[in-house]
Ligand binder design. Structure first.
Ligand SMILES: C[S@@+](CC[C@H](N)C(=O)[O-])C[C@H]1O[C@@H](n2cnc3c(N)ncnc32)[C@H](O)[C@@H]1O
Length: 292
């Protein structure tokens, strides 16, 4: 059972789920969870076994756990593990990364591709230690800055988040599969190699301004989170997670320590034959720079 969306208000939650039915089809259902007069949680319209499974799904969903905490409610059921594959937005990946200690609200943190700030909708560092930049001045609450030439000294941050324009979709037409190119920071045609070189230049700069953490002590930070996606372009798969992680690992004391994969929903472009598995996920790399 997968939670696909939910809405919430104090003492009331609407959860939309996807599930595999007996005939093998994925179906959707909506359930309402509310507090009765005695303050107990009840599911409307769910059979007892379904209610039990819904409670477990709610308890293991990071965002729903956060909502329960906001309202001072104990989520029922066991807390589930943080999964390598899952979530419904990049904000879920960031929330999961913070839960595992790759981000910390007290750490000096840089987001050098802030965009619309969507990464931080479920968790964010304390504003006093958070620097938010982007090349586009309208998307840079703390001022425009080029991620290939960051105006910060070496080792300034305990954590850096980098979400470069990684999409390999050719010329942006503003329609069809490239309708969201502006969201991805792709405003003009860029070759695969140029896209990767731009990201490599950014990774180099991010690692420069990242203070190394101490080996064996996650609490000291030193994490660089890089968003990317394996993609098919010009008839071959470009394994960005490999390309970017291999590049980062060439730097002294840097290694890939984790990956979070976000399932995606883009359809196969019409009229194009399919030669490779559709890469229906994007990836948040967690790289650690350690002092040696
Ligand atoms: C994939 S989007 C980031 C989306 C963002 N994480 C969010 O939550 O909305 C890539 C961003 O990189 C920015 N960008 C592109 N080239 C840049 C550069 N050289 N320096 C800094 N930012 C750049 C774009 O303006 C765009 O906002």
């Amino acid at each position: 059972m997968e939670i696909t969306s939910f809405t919430s208000a104090a003492a009331h939650l609407t959860v939309r789920i996807a599930y595999r039915s007996h005939d093998g089809w994925t179906r959707f259902s909506e359930f309402h969870r509310h507090q009765n007069a005695c303050g107990e949680w009840e599911w409307t319209g769910a059979l007892p076994q379904t209610a039990e499974r819904l409670s477990a799904a709610v308890a293991s969903h990071p965002r729903l756990r956060a909502i329960c905490a906001d309202y001072g409610i104990e989520p029922d059921g066991e807390e589930g593990p943080i999964m390598a594959i899952g979530g419904s937005s990049n904000a879920d990946l960031i929330l999961n990364a913070s839960t595992l200690g790759y981000l910390n609200s007290a750490w000096e943190t840089l987001d050098c591709t802030y965009g619309l700030g969507r990464f931080w909708r479920k968790w964010s560092p304390d504003p006093s230690v958070f620097r938010r930049h982007d090349l586009n001045p309208e998307k840079a609450p703390d001022g425009p800055m080029d991620f290939t030439a960051l105006d910060y000294p070496d080792g300034r941050f305990n954590a850096v988040v980098f979400d470069p324009p990684y999409k390999l979709s050719g010329t942006s037409t503003g329609a069809g599969p490239s309708a969201s190119d502006a969201d991805y920071g792709v405003e003009a045609y860029r070759s695969v190699e140029a896209t990767h070189n731009l990201a490599r230049d950014g990774i180099r700069e991010c690692l420069r301004v990242l203070h190394p953490g101490k080996t064996g002590s996650r609490e000291t930070g030193g994490f660089l989170l890089v968003k990317c996606q394996a993609q098919v372009a010009s008839g071959r798969v470009h394994w960005q997670p490999r390309v970017f992680a291999d590049f980062a690992e060439q730097f002294r004391g840097v290694r890939l320590v984790d990956m979070f994969h976000l399932p995606g929903h883009r359809a196969q472009p019409k009229g194009r034959s399919q030669a490779h598995a559709r890469q229906n996920y994007s990836t948040l790399l967690v790289l650690r720079k350690e002092s040696r």
